[in-house]
Design a protein. Structure first.
Length: 199
């Protein structure tokens, strides 16, 4: 069995990552979402262990000290990290993995695993990010400016990614991610074994 592929998705808060990821997951039974640990507060619609593992700063630090995180970063005052154990296990079982991490984390993943595929999600316009962020209704007004500031910085990192997906419509963005995943599976280096005569 061939190992799965690791896909990393970044994009500003409110651009629609979770919404599109849900659609992509629905289409791909072989895809697993990596559940991150975070010290931020749980939002009302979130489920512990499904959206995130919600932990204290002490618990986060312990995981970091034990070397359990593939990458980690601070984002608008909270810590986020990707547990490495489940990823390694699932890749070996042949599952593809999707990570939703901000750019500092994405670059750490790239330096640890050079075959990771980095995808950046943008909105059709910058103003649309603020509209969606406000429309979601769970980010207090005094936190919006900080997230938009961060969004500007994230946009400046996008050229370091392998692909940029525009989330104009959820189905369309999911199609683009699906196309990337299909194309990455056709890379010549991954298919040379099929060409051997004794195969
Ligand atoms: P993120 O995970 O990037 O922070 P969400 O998936 O929570 O973003 O989406 C933020 C808001 O934008 C949600 O209210 C969601 O329903 C909405 N949204 C997501 N994608 C689109 C889209 N293509 N068009 C319009 N609204 C969208
Ligand atoms: P939110 O608080 O809106 O769920 O996420 C805030 C930001 O943290 C998003 O940009 C998201 O991609 C990022 N994020 C979520 N999990 C992780 C993680 O494990 N590591 C890193 N580096 N960023 C993460």
């Amino acid at each position: 069995m061939t190992n799965g592929r690791l896909f990393v998705l970044s994009g500003p808060s409110g651009v629609g990552k979770s919404t599109v990821v849900q659609e992509v997951m629905r289409r791909h039974p072989n895809l697993r979402f990596s559940v991150s640990v975070t010290t931020r507060e749980k939002r009302p619609n979130e489920v512990d262990g499904e959206n995130y593992y919600f932990v204290t700063r002490e618990q986060f630090q312990q995981m970091l000290d034990r070397g359990e995180l593939l990458e980690h970063a601070e984002y608008v005052g909270n810590c986020y990290g990707t547990p490495e154990g489940p990823i390694q296990q699932q890749l070996e079982q042949g599952f593809d993995i999707l990570l939703d991490v901000e750019p500092c984390g994405a670059m750490q993943v790239r330096s640890n695993r050079e075959d990771a595929v980095l995808i950046f999600m943008a909105a059709p316009s910058f103003a649309e990010i603020e509209r969606r962020l406000r429309g979601r209704g769970d980010t207090p007004d005094d936190k919006i400016a900080g997230r938009l500031e961060r969004a500007r910085w994230e946009y400046a990192q996008a050229s370091q990614y392998d692909y940029i997906v525009i989330n104009d419509h959820v189905q369309h963005a999911a199609n683009e991610i699906q196309a990337i995943m299909e194309a990455e599976k056709c890379r010549a280096q991954l298919r040379l074994d099929y060409l051997k005569e004794d195969n």
